[in-house]
Design a protein around this ligand. Sequence first.
Ligand code: HGY
Ligand code: MN
Ligand code: MN
Length: 417
Amino acid sequence: MTPQENAQVSTQALRINGDRLSARLRELALVGGTPDGGVCRLALTPADKEGRDLVITWMRELGMSVSIDKIGNVMAVFAGREEGLPVTMGSHIDTVATGGAYDGNLGVLAGLEVVRILVDAKITPRYPIAVAFFTNEEGARFAPDMMGSGVQQGALSLETSLATVGIDGTTVADDLQSIGYAGDRACDFRARNFLELHIEQGPVLERDGVQIGAVEGVQGISWTEVTLHGVSNHAGTTPMSMRNDAAYVAAAIAVELRAIASDFGEPQVATVGSLVLEPNLINVVARKATLTLDLRNTDEAVLQKAEARAFAFVEECAAREGVRFEMKTLARFEPVTFSPDIIGLVEATAKELGASVKRMPSGAGHDAQMFVPNCPSGMIFVPSAGGISHNIKEHTDAIDIERGANVLLQVLLTLVS
Ligand code: HGY
Ligand code: MN
Ligand code: MN
């Protein structure tokens, strides 16, 4: 066999160290850990900074060169024999307030484990390899989600994103400064390929008894903030016919969203995740309600129909109740389809490793979707226990983590050789 064929055979036998990867996930989960066993590492908070600092330490231990761009994305590069765009693995390390140890973190730490395997095996890949984490993937404090990767890959404006005011009243720019991650690199990072290992965050793989998901694409996402202005009044003395009750309209909107999802059928989903009433008192008719609408569908045309029905209902119900309203788009991403070559490579690699695998869409948004216009991109899913995520009980078994990271390793090796 030629040296290259020899090298090929030897790399096919490489496997990640599952115990080391799970230990790293547990260590990172302590940063922002909550007493109930969850993780709260909201974007651009001190906990996010602490997590960023820790992961960068691990990047540097591998001899990777680290850069930080103007929206705070962190890219670490491992040199290849040739120059050129790096084959990149990445995800996010910010979490929602009721987060777990795996959402996003798995994709970043598995990428570092892959590089560790190459370092230990003294393998220099043909092309450079990068491992990245992106600012504010979750969008929980600052909308939209996938903000950092969206700015970097050209879907969002840097200026608009930096000026975004979050739910705590601060701006992205100020919070980036305060955690020391307002980088000086332009948001110009580009990849040769982009791969993201991620927990499924849904019930499909576990329900079907399948070990790996070869992700076909990400469904469209529509986030809207609705502000309703009613009139506060006495809950006991005000006749129902004289009310302008913002809380009633907000509740009616939540019921209508459920009706839209059931009328449209799967995969349509609709969520009112945030609802704030003012003055929020037991004996006062609410003068104001601020709520968020999260609508998603794999089909753009159907998603637009769902939006149209939801927005028309807001207008009609508010008018009926004599309540003024404003609507503001917080996020709007069309469905994306990943590279057929990458999907096929994930599927074939999983089979070669003896894993069961199925093609499937992603219900959640991911950084990988932002890379689709710029390079062949794809994702690998591993099962979520009980299909639970964005919940402190989020869990994926160690064997599934190891299996998914081995698929990532072998897909990466194929792409860099
Ligand atoms: O909302 C999402 O789909 C992702 O978790 N940011
Ligand atoms: Mn995620
Ligand atoms: Mn998430």
